[in-house]
Design a protein around this ligand. Structure first.
Ligand code: 0WD
Length: 256
């Protein structure tokens, strides 16, 4: 049931080899899935090409998609439809907030910063789900990445916490809408992982250290561990699960 041979899965948000999206891509590849990558901006095209070339077998389809643009999303999924027809999954691994909104006091968040972050980090899941649904003619699974800072206050996570709360609620409403089409929508709440985006969060090192000291497993998690959980959520092993948020965080979230 974990075998993903014959499944076309779109992976959005690979920026470099540290990206959680790349951990997901490798795990999906090992499970036999055919991958389609999307990237935001020419800056990242080469990175994604180089990384996808390291995967054995057929070269993957790579399509540009800046999720702030409805036109980009439409073009991207039209291209995917032309190339592969049906898709079975989407990994949405996308978020953004201005650096000044990831430190200090949340109360200082600007209107523009709020709009941009909520647009890229939360609304994009709905826009992508709508476009993906048309290609998921055999049912499907959509997986997004969230963080504990959406459920409770985590120092410096600030605006991104509010964006994750909106994303988490979107998962539930989308799961309810799309379940009748046999499309499941779930999130993974990953523990902190050193990536390009994580660099933007103030004092990230102390967040990592806190997990090592206090989490039940007394260690941080890896891209591979998040990737394997995503593969489970894309596979038929998880066919009864939707609207769920699975914590892959060494158990840290159970602490008060
Ligand atoms: O500790 C962490 N790293 C955690 C990350 C813990 C829990 C959750 N997450 C989440 C993030 O919030 C995000 O939703 O995981 C997801 C992936 O983040 P990542 O792997 O930590 O970071 P990164 O490798 O930087 O990938 C995020 C990517 C962007 O990278 P850059 O560095 O260029 O901002 O999101 C994409 C982009 O590839 N992205 C966009 N994609 C399409 N359109 C856009 C956009 N407008 N903006 C950013």
């Amino acid at each position: 049931l974990l075998n993903l041979k014959g499944k076309n899965i779109v992976v959005m948000g690979v920026a470099n080899q540290r990206s959680i999206a790349w951990g997901i891509a490798r795990s999906l590849h090992d499970a036999g899935a055919n991958l389609i990558f999307t990237y935001a901006g020419e800056r990242l095209e080469r990175n994604v090409q180089d990384l996808s070339a390291t995967l054995e077998g057929k070269n993957s389809l790579i399509v540009p998609c800046d999720v702030t643009s409805d036109e980009d999303i439409a073009k991207c999924f039209t291209k995917i439809k032309e190339e592969v027809g049906t898709i079975h999954g989407v990994a949405h691994c996308i978020a953004f907030a201005n650096k000044e909104d990831l430190k200090g006091d949340f109360v200082d968040t600007s209107r523009e910063g709020f709009k941009l972050s909520l647009d890229i980090s939360a609304y994009s899941l709905t826009a992508v789900a709508k476009a993906a649904k048309e290609l998921m003619t055999e049912g499907g699974s959509i997986v997004t990445l969230t963080y504990l800072g959406g459920e409770r206050v985590v120092k410096n996570y600030n605006l991104m916490g509010v964006a994750k709360a909106a994303l988490d609620a979107s998962v539930r409403y989308l799961a309810n809408d799309l379940g009748q089409h046999n499309i499941r929508v779930n999130s993974i709440s990953a523990g902190p992982i050193r990536t390009l985006s994580a660099k933007g969060v103030g004092d990230f090192n102390s967040i990592l250290k806190d997990i090592e000291e206090k989490a039940p497993l007394r260690r941080n998690v890896t891209q591979e561990e998040v990737g394997d959980t995503a593969t489970f959520l894309f596979s038929d092993m998880s066919r009864g699960i939707t609207g769920e948020n699975l914590h892959v965080d060494s158990g840290y979230h159970i602490l008060g």
